[in-house]
Design a protein around this ligand. Structure first.
Ligand code: 26W
Length: 800
C-alpha cells in the first residue's frame, strides 16, 4: 500500500538505523533491550527521516518569504505520534519488516507509547487534525501551545465512580521533541503602567520565561512538514542565593514557584468557565510568547510592520488565546511606536477567531478587577478597543460591548479584533449569528462564516482501520488518503455482493479484535456478532449519555419481560471522562457502571445485552473503538453540540448514526443520505419551544410507560441495592429539571433504536448502508476544512 516509500530506504538499511540508535542513542545492547528501548530506537530512526523534509519546508518558506499561518490553541490532543508519523513518511511497512528481522513486533512496540493528552476533547483533537492537514497540504504553518507537564488526568473507576490520577506523559523521554533553549521570551504579570513623555510602559512585577520545544509535524507522503511549538515555563531569575542565605527560603524560590505552576497542568474543564487567575496567566503566557516569537520572526527579514498581514495569519482556537488582539496592539504601539488605530487595523487583518461552543457557562469572561491586576496594560487596551469600536459604530446597542457589568467578554473581544469569525458546522454558524452575536453580525455583515470541521483521514481511517483501508485501496486503487472525495468511487462496487461481504468481513474482524481487547480491559466477554453500539465523548448533560443509559435499562426490562422475543444482541459501549468538578456528569458515570454491573451479571440476558465502559477514554482508545462500531450515538440536545468530530470518525469507518439534528450531524445526514441515518428528536427551535412548556418532562413521562418503568427502577434502587436512594437525584432531575429534554426525546429515541434493530436484522442491507456511509463521507476530511480556512480566512496558498 505504500506507493511512496522513500526509494533510498530499504528494510536492511532501516534495520541498521534502528540498531545504531539502540546502541549509540539509547545505549542498549539488543540482547537486553526492553520494549521501551526498542520504541526509542525506532522513534529516532524514523525521526531522522522526518528531519530532511522538515528542514526543506522551513528553508523554502524563508527563501520564498511565504505567508505563514499561526494556529494558537490552549489544547493539542495529539495522542500517539510514532505510527502516524511512520505512515505519513511511508515507512510503516519497512519499519515493521525491519523490526520483525530483529525479532520484534511493530504493533507491540507502538502500543507502549503514552498518549500526548494535551487537550480535553473535540477542540484539542481538531487542532491536532488541522496541524496534520496543514502539513499534508503544504501550507506553511506553526501550531503554538503549552507543553503541560501533566496532560488530561487518567481516569479510573473505584466502585463505579470516577477517580482522577495525574497523567505523566513526560516521565518517559519524548523522542519527537527538540528543546530550543535559545528561543525564550519574558512574560510579565501584574505591576503597573506608567506614561511618561507620551510613551506608555508596563512594568510587571512578576515574570517567567517561556522556553520553546519544537515537534515536527509530517504530512501525508512526507512532502511537507511544519512545526508545533510548545512553551514551557521557566523561572526568569536565577534562584536567589543571597535571600536563601539570609533565611528567606520561600521568597528565594518565588519565581520558581510561579514558573513551575504555569505550564504544570492542563485545565480539565471543557464545560464551565471558572474565572481562575492561573488559567488567565496560562492564556497570556501562550499568547504573549507566541506573538513575541511571530514578530521576532517577521522582523528578522522585514522592517515594515504595516505589511504584517501580508505575511502573517493568526488563528485563535476559541477565545482562550483572545488576548492575542490586545497583546499584538501592545507590542505594535508600546514597543514599535505605531498609532493605536493603525495597530488595531493591522491586528484585525491578521486575526481570525473560531468559535466552538454556544453554552453560556463555557463562554469566557474575566472580571475587570482580575484583568486589571494581572494585565493592567491589556485592560487599558481592551477598554480602548471597546471605545474605538463604539465610536466607529455609534448605533451599537448599549448592552453590546466587550466590557460590561465589570467583566471582559472574551467572545466579543475576539469578534471585534478579527476579520473573520467562524462557526464549526452549518447549523452552529447559523446559531452563532442568530443567538450569540446577532448585533455584532448586523454591524459586520459577512464577517461570520462557516468552516465545517473535518478529521484527518490518515489517522482516522488509514492508521486506525488497516483492514478497511486495504479493502478501499484494492477496490479504487491507492491515493485516496489525501483525496478523500475519491471514496465516492466505492459506490458502484457497493452494488456488488462480493464487495459488501468483504466490507462486512473487515468490520467483523475489527469487532473480533476489539472484543478481545474489551475482555482484557474490563473482564467482560462480548460477542462479535452483537451490534456494537458506541457512545464515546466527554460526559456532559447536553451530550445525553443519560438518555442512552435510560434506553438501555428499558431494553433490559423488555428482554426480561419477553425472553423469547426476537431481540437483536447489543453491546452498549461507553467511553468518556467527566470534568473533576462536574458532579452531575460524575453521577452519570456512576450510574452507567452500576447499570453495567447488574445487566452484565444477569443470566436471563446473557449475550443479548452487555454494557461496557472501559476507563480512561483517550485518543488511542478511540482508534480501537471507532473501526469496530456498528452504531454511532450522536444524541445531543439539538442546538447544543457545535459540530462533533467523533460523529465523522465513526461514519467514515462504516458505522451508522443514530442522531439528532445537531451540529455536523445535519450535514453528515445530507451526505450519507437520510435512509442511511437514524434520525430522531426535536430540532433546535423545537427544543426552545418545548422548554417553554410548563412540566414538559412530566407530560412526556406520563405518556411513556417504558420511561415510567425505568425511572421507577432507578427510584427503587435496582442498580444500587447497597444504597437504594443513590439515584433519587437523577430521577428528580428528569421529572422536574429536564433542561436537556431527556424525557421529551425518550420515546422518539426508543423508536429510532427499534428501527436500528430492524435494519440490523438484514445483515446484507446493513452492510450496504454502512459501506454507503464510508463512500459518502469524503467531504469531512480535514484537508477540505483547511482548504476552506486557507482561502476564506488566511488568504494563503499551498507551497506544493
Ligand atoms: C473555558 C473552558 C472551556 C474549555 C474548552 C470551555 C469550552 C471549551 C471548548 C470550546 C469545548 C470544545 O471542545 N468544544 C467542541 O469543539 C469541537 C471542535 O470544534 C466540536 O466538534 C464540539 O462540538 C465542541 O463541543
Amino acid at each position: 500500500m505504500n506507493a511512496f516509500v522513500p526509494a533510498s530506504v530499504t528494510t536492511d538499511g532501516f534495520r541498521s538505523d534502528i540498531l545504531r540508535h539502540l546502541s549509540y542513542t539509547v545505549g542498549k545492547d539488543a540482547a537486553h533491550a526492553s520494549l521501551y528501548d526498542w520504541r526509542m530506537a525506532l522513534s529516532y530512526a524514523l525521526r531522522d527521516r522526518i528531519i530532511t523534509p522538515w528542514f526543506q519546508a522551513t528553508r523554502r518558506t524563508w527563501a520564498e518569504d511565504h505567508k505563514r499561518v499561526y494556529y494558537l490553541s490552549m489544547e493539542f490532543l495529539i495522542g500517539r505520534i510514532l505510527e502516524d508519523a511512520a505512515i505519513n513518511i511511508g515507512l510503516r511497512e519497512v519499519a515493521a519488516a525491519a523490526l520483525s528481522d530483529l525479532g520484534q513486533d511493530f504493533d507491540l512496540i507502538a502500543d507502549t507509547e503514552p498518549d500526548a493528552a494535551l487537550g480535553n476533547g473535540g477542540l484539542g483533537r481538531l487542532a491536532a487534525c488541522y496541524m496534520e492537514s496543514m502539513a499534508t497540504l503544504g501550507c506553511p504553518a506553526y501550531g503554538y501551545g503549552i507543553r503541560y507537564e501533566h496532560g488530561l488526568f487518567r481516569q479510573e473507576f473505584e466502585h463505579g465512580q470516577q477517580v482522577e490520577l495525574a497523567e505523566d506523559w513526560l516521565s518517559q523521554k519524548h523522542p519527537f521533541e527538540f528543546e530550543r533553549p535559545e528561543c525564550a521570551y519574558t512574560i510579565g504579570f501584574n505591576g503597573n503602567v506608567e506614561t511618561t513623555g507620551g510613551r506608555t510602559v508596563w512594568r510587571p512585577d512578576e515574570s517567567v520565561l517561556a522556553s520553546a520545544y519544537d515537534m515536527p509535524v509530517i504530512g501525508w507522503s512526507g512532502r511537507w512538514a511544519n512545526t508545533l511549538r510548545l512553551w514551557s515555563a521557566l523561572p526568569s531569575s536565577r534562584f536567589d542565593l543571597a535571600r536563601f542565605n539570609r533565611g528567606d527560603y520561600t521568597a528565594a524560590a518565588e519565581s520558581e514557584t510561579l514558573a513551575r505552576t504555569i505550564s504544570r497542568v492542563l485545565y480539565p474543564d471543557d464545560t464551565t468557565h471558572q474565572g481562575k487567575e492561573l488559567r488567565l496567566k496560562q492564556e497570556f503566557f501562550l499568547t504573549s510568547a507566541t506573538l513575541q516569537d511571530i514578530l521576532r520572526r517577521y522582523l528578522d527579514s522585514h522592517s515594515d510592520l504595516r505589511a504584517l498581514p501580508s505575511k502573517v495569519a493568526i488563528q485563535m482556537n476559541d477565545t482562550h488565546p483572545a488576548l492575542a488582539g490586545p497583546e499584538l496592539i501592545r507590542l505594535l504601539t508600546d514597543h514599535h511606536g505605531i498609532e493605536f488605530a493603525e495597530a488595531m487595523e493591522i491586528a484585525r487583518a491578521c486575526l481570525g477567531y473560531t468559535n466552538h461552543t454556544l453554552l453560556p457557562e463555557a463562554l469566557e469572561r474575566w472580571s475587570t478587577w482580575l484583568m486589571g491586576s494581572v494585565l493592567p496594560r491589556h485592560m487599558q487596551i481592551i477598554e480602548r478597543i471597546d471605545d474605538h469600536h463604539l465610536k466607529a459604530h455609534p448605533k451599537r446597542p448599549h448592552y453590546v460591548g466587550i466590557v460590561k457589568h465589570h467583566e471582559v467578554r472574551m467572545g466579543e473581544l475576539a469578534f471585534i479584533m478579527s476579520h473573520r469569525v467562524n462557526g464549526v458546522s452549518a447549523l452552529h454558524t447559523d446559531l452563532v449569528k442568530q443567538r450569540l452575536f446577532p448585533e455584532l453580525d448586523a454591524l459586520h455583515p459577512g464577517r461570520i462564516i462557516n468552516q465545517t470541521n473535518g478529521i484527518a483521514p490518515r489517522r482516522w481511517l488509514r492508521m486506525a482501520n488497516p483492514r478497511l483501508s486495504a479493502l478501499i485501496s484494492e477496490t479504487i486503487g491507492a491515493g485516496w488518503e489525501d483525496h478523500l472525495d475519491r471514496l465516492s468511487e466505492l459506490e458502484p462496487h457497493i452494488e456488488d455482493k462480493g464487495f459488501r461481504d468483504a466490507f462486512a468481513a473487515a468490520k467483523r474482524a475489527n469487532k473480533v479484535s476489539t472484543a478481545r481487547w474489551i475482555k482484557e480491559a474490563t473482564g467482560v466477554a462480548v460477542s462479535p456478532d452483537a451490534l456494537f453500539d458506541v457512545q464515546i465523548k466527554r460526559i456532559h448533560e447536553y451530550k445525553r449519555q443519560l438518555l442512552n443509559i435510560l434506553q438501555t435499562i428499558a431494553e433490559w426490562h423488555t428482554i426480561r419481560e419477553t425472553p423469547s422475543g426476537n431481540h437483536v444482541p447489543r453491546v452498549k459501549i461507553f467511553g468518556g471522562k467527566a470534568a473533576p468538578g462536574y458532579a452531575v456528569a460524575k453521577e452519570i458515570i456512576h450510574l452507567i457502571n452500576d447499570v453495567a454491573r447488574v445487566i452484565n451479571a444477569d443470566p436471563k440476558v446473557g449475550d443479548l445485552l452487555k454494557v461496557i465502559f472501559p476507563p480512561n477514554y483517550n485518543v488511542s482508545m478511540a482508534e480501537r473503538l471507532v473501526p469496530a462500531a456498528d452504531l454511532s450515538e450522536q444524541i445531543s440536545t439539538a442546538g447544543k453540540e457545535a459540530s462533533g468530530t467523533g460523529n465523522m470518525k465513526l461514519s467514515l469507518n462504516g458505522a451508522l448514526t443514530i442522531g439528532t439534528l445537531d451540529g455536523a450531524n445535519v450535514e453528515i445526514r445530507d451526505h450519507v443520505g437520510p435512509e442511511n441515518f437514524f434520525l430522531f428528536g426535536m430540532t433546535a427551535d423545537e427544543a426552545i419551544a418545548r422548554r417553554a412548556i410548563d412540566d414538559h418532562a412530566r407530560e412526556a413521562i406520563l405518556s411513556s410507560q417504558a420511561l415510567q418503568d425505568v425511572l421507577q427502577m432507578l427510584a427503587e434502587g435496582r442498580f444500587s441495592p447497597d444504597q437504594p436512594d443513590r439515584y433519587h437525584g437523577v430521577v428528580n432531575r428528569v421529572w422536574h429539571h429536564d433542561y436537556f429534554l431527556v424525557a421529551s426525546d425518550f420515546a422518539a429515541y426508543c423508536d429510532a433504536q427499534g428501527e436500528v434493530d430492524k435494519a440490523y436484522r438484514d445483515g446484507d442491507g446493513w452492510a450496504r448502508k454502512a459501506a454507503l456511509n464510508t463512500a459518502r463521507m469524503g467531504y469531512f476530511s480535514s484537508d477540505r476544512a483547511i482548504r476552506g480556512y486557507m482561502k476564506e480566512i488566511w488568504n494563503t496558498d499551498s507551497m506544493l
